[in-house]
Design a protein around this ligand. Structure first.
Ligand code: FDA
Length: 385
């Protein structure tokens, strides 16, 4: 091996660090990933039959209000003018989300003005006033009132957590945004869009440099192959973006995560839902939402098959070891355990723990890029001097 720095994980955190290293130094970088592709959870591929760009680990929409990150990503890709909008099926009708004046008027068969809708929701949310919200159910009712909570939040949340909301802590939802106008743009950020040539082309351009080598299908903890933790630790700076508990052999316990199982369906039609993301708010549909990938890229109309479409249904559940860890559960025990792992991590020689798995955090893509740019500037550049 003739690298000056090793990066474990070819996700957005690892790729950003690799790109920064070759841009600012003469060092050589080796990136290892256990998977057979780069891009981590943001990886996508083209479905041959339909021409849809499938986001293998769940729908990924890029959005940010961070000028530095927006300028940075635009060096490697342009973005389409896609604007994210989500719809929900409830009781045989389709409603716009997040809950807005359109949702409210459709739900109550009314034509409320913004002020009228606001006072209705306030009144309904007052049902439990003067009491303490002991669980997520009470919390939901006191935020938006029982009718809307039960229609759009209760069963969806119960499917997400596989737990009755009466048995979930109130702290899971601090706020439930309700808009008293017809704006149903999902994100409030300054910029949003999808990479024009797909996620994977974007990521390939980030590391298109002779001094960056990528080795795929390599498990850093697999001692039967040469590029493993015990051979590399102490010899070269390591940027580790895998699970922090795995690094320490789970010695303090397993941090808890939720995961998502995807079930693929194909239909003999051009367009099944008429939108990219359809949530299912009721208990009788076992999945939380369905993604129709073709609809993320209407600008690729000429390259798509209009006789067939592909849809992925999402089933949420708690993760076990070996599952893809997607969303940190973040119980009090998790916080305590992570603080202890963090303590151990600070004593590892020449190792930086980064990214969502290395720091046990949910990050959107723009946040993970921002975090990598900052970490490069403040810590990693010094390791290479
Ligand atoms: P990431 O998980 O991408 O990369 C870590 C890499 O380390 C992986 O490739 C893994 O294989 C590798 N690795 C782990 N252990 C290893 C080992 N032992 N040896 C070698 N390699 C190892 N964000 C957003 O902005 N908009 C969105 O719409 C979404 N949507 C979304 C949906 C879902 C279902 C999830 C779970 C997440 C999102 N995100 C998102 C968040 C986005 O996925 C996230 O910000 C980035 O993927 C984080 O990049 P990282 O590099 O931190 O981790």
């Amino acid at each position: 091996m003739n690298a000056d720095i090793v990066i474990v994980g070819a996700g957005l955190y690892g790729l950003t660090i690799a790109q920064q290293v070759v841009e600012h130094t003469k060092s050589r970088v080796l990136i290892l990933d256990i998977r057979d592709h780069i891009g981590g959870n943001a990886y996508s591929y083209t479905d041959e039959e339909t021409g849809a760009e499938i986001h293998k680990y769940g729908a990924h929409l890029f959005h940010t209000s961070n000028q530095k990150v927006w300028d940075y990503v635009n060096r490697f890709t342009s973005f389409t003018d896609y604007v994210h909008r989500v719809y929900a099926t409830h009781d045989g009708e389709v409603y716009p989300l997040p809950i807005n004046l359109g949702t409210i008027n459709q739900f109550f068969h009314a034509h409320y003005t913004p002020a009228q809708a606001q006072s209705l929701i306030q009144e309904q949310a007052g049902e439990l006033s003067g009491t303490h919200a002991h669980n997520l159910n009470d919390q939901g009712i006191s935020l938006i009132g029982r009718p809307l909570y039960e229609a759009f939040i209760k069963n969806y949340t119960s499917k997400q957590w596989q737990t009755d909301p009466e048995d979930l802590p109130a702290s899971i939802i601090r706020r439930l945004p309700v808009r008293f106008n017809y704006n149903n743009r999902y994100f409030n950020d300054t910029w949003e869009g999808l990479p024009t040539d797909g996620y994977t082309r974007w990521f390939e351009r980030m590391i298109d440099n002779d001094r960056i080598e990528v080795k795929l299908g390599v498990d850093f903890f697999d001692l039967s192959q040469e590029l493993n933790k015990s051979n590399l630790l102490g010899n070269v700076p390591i940027i580790y973006t895998g699970p922090v508990d795995r690094w320490f052999d789970y010695s303090l316990g397993d941090l808890s995560w939720r995961t998502v199982d995807f079930k693929e369906r194909r239909y003999d039609e051009d367009d099944h839902f008429g939108c990219p993301v359809m949530n299912f708010s009721d208990a009788d549909v076992p999945y939380t939402r369905a993604i129709e990938f073709k609809n993320f890229n209407p600008e690729r109309y000429d390259k798509q098959n209009h006789e067939r479409t592909v849809v992925w249904e999402e089933y949420s559940r708690f993760a076990h070891r070996g599952d893809e860890p997607y969303y940190p559960v973040n119980t009090k025990d998790d916080h305590r355990m992570y603080a202890q792992y963090r303590n151990l991590a600070e004593h590892e020689p020449q190792v930086v723990f980064g990214g969502r798995l290395g720091t046990y955090a949910y990050y959107d893509m723009h946040q993970v890029i921002n975090s990598a740019l900052n970490e490069y500037e403040h810590t990693i550049s010094a390791l290479l001097k």
